[in-house]
Design a protein around this ligand. Structure first.
Ligand SMILES: [Zn+2]
Length: 342
């Protein structure tokens, strides 16, 4: 190598011992930073979860989730319209039924709360994508995600039939995407077969494929009134210590025909999300769960953290890790902020 080339060759050290490689160069101004930004959030990344209940004029605050409410259908329409006006394309509906029983009957009742809410939204705003939660835990008096055997164990295979009935009933009411969250083995295949047999092969299934048992669901259970009366969900939701098993769950749901694969929760499982992104070509969804929302809200209310900045940092990390779709209670707040920043 000539002396000239040697002097020009990149090295860690430049003239007089200073670095030639200076990563700070491209961080000098807001404009430069915006040109090299790798991950950009937009309101169309978000799905807004909502809790809908019977009645008229209901808007009951969910205490551990400031800014979130149990709403009746009239107020649900206002929430959905506001989300839509902010550029959020989809809502995810959870039902709070009038009655619960051991079979979770209202889940698959054609006039259940989710079915009525779905019809109302699709009629008022046909463009809004309605995703419906497919599970029994909000509807069973025991609070488990499936029906129980005499021994009190969740009966996987008889639950599958009820989950498929629920999905078909929701799709008939106008749901655009059904999202099974019960963590039963074979639930994606059961829903796919149910929808296809009912003449709805076009309805996509968003699979809660790797759903971990998590303390971060605590506030949700208050919101959806779905805390199990006895025991816990560790016999069907995944052990948070198991990354390889999560990939098997994702693989299995992909094989059964899932159209979107979800990782839940998001923040404590960003490694799983990143591995899912690397391994599958499917759209990947992540659920920024209630506890993640509540922690930030509580810290912000105490004046301990900058809520807006922390919220965007959190959501950006979920997208950077590999999520195409982010289900988040921050959907409206984040969309509003992104629009005012943009
Ligand atoms: Zn459930």
């Amino acid at each position: 190598m000539s002396e000239l080339l040697k002097r020009r060759a990149p090295s860690a050290e430049g003239a007089a011992g200073f670095p030639q490689v200076r990563l700070r160069r491209m961080r000098q101004s807001a404009t430069l930073r915006s040109m090299v930004r790798e991950t950009v959030l937009t309101p169309s990344d978000f799905v807004y979860p909502l809790f809908v209940t019977h009645g008229q004029g209901v808007r009951t605050p969910i205490l551990p989730m400031p800014g979130q409410f149990q709403v009746s259908i009239d107020n649900l329409l206002k929430e959905a319209a506001e989300a839509q006006s902010l550029g959020v394309p989809a809502v995810l509906l959870f039902g709070v039924p009038s009655d619960k029983d051991d079979m979770g009957t209202e889940a698959y009742d054609d006039h259940g709360i989710i079915q009525e809410a779905t019809r109302a939204i699709k009629q008022a705003m046909p463009e809004m994508v309605v995703v419906t939660d497919v599970c029994l835990c909000e509807y069973t008096d025991h609070g488990h995600c499936g029906v129980l055997t005499h021994d009190g164990v969740v009966d996987n295979d008889s639950t599958l039939e009820l989950l498929a009935r629920t999905a078909v009933s929701q799709a008939r009411a106008g749901a655009d995407i059904v999202a099974p969250s019960a963590m039963m083995d074979g639930q994606i295949a059961a829903l796919r077969a149910g929808l296809d047999d009912a003449g709805m092969p076009e309805i996509p299934v968003m699979a809660y494929a790797s759903k971990f048992t998590s303390a971060f669901y605590g506030p949700f259970r208050i919101a959806a009134e779905s805390t199990p009366k006895s025991g816990d969900r560790k016999a069907y939701q995944m052990d948070g210590a198991n990354g390889r098993e999560a990939l098997r769950e994702l693989e299995q749901d992909a094989l059964e025909g899932a159209d979107v694969l979800m990782v839940k929760p998001a923040l404590a499982y960003l490694d799983i999300l990143s591995q899912a992104r690397a391994r599958f070509e499917h759209p990947i969804a992540a659920y920024n769960v209630s506890g993640e929302y509540s922690m930030l809200k509580a810290a912000a209310a105490a004046g301990w953290i900058d809520e807006d900045a922390a919220m965007l940092e959190m959501l950006t990390s979920i997208k950077r890790a590999g999520a195409d779709i982010i289900i988040t209670y921050f959907a409206k707040d984040a969309a509003r902020l992104l629009r005012s920043n943009g």
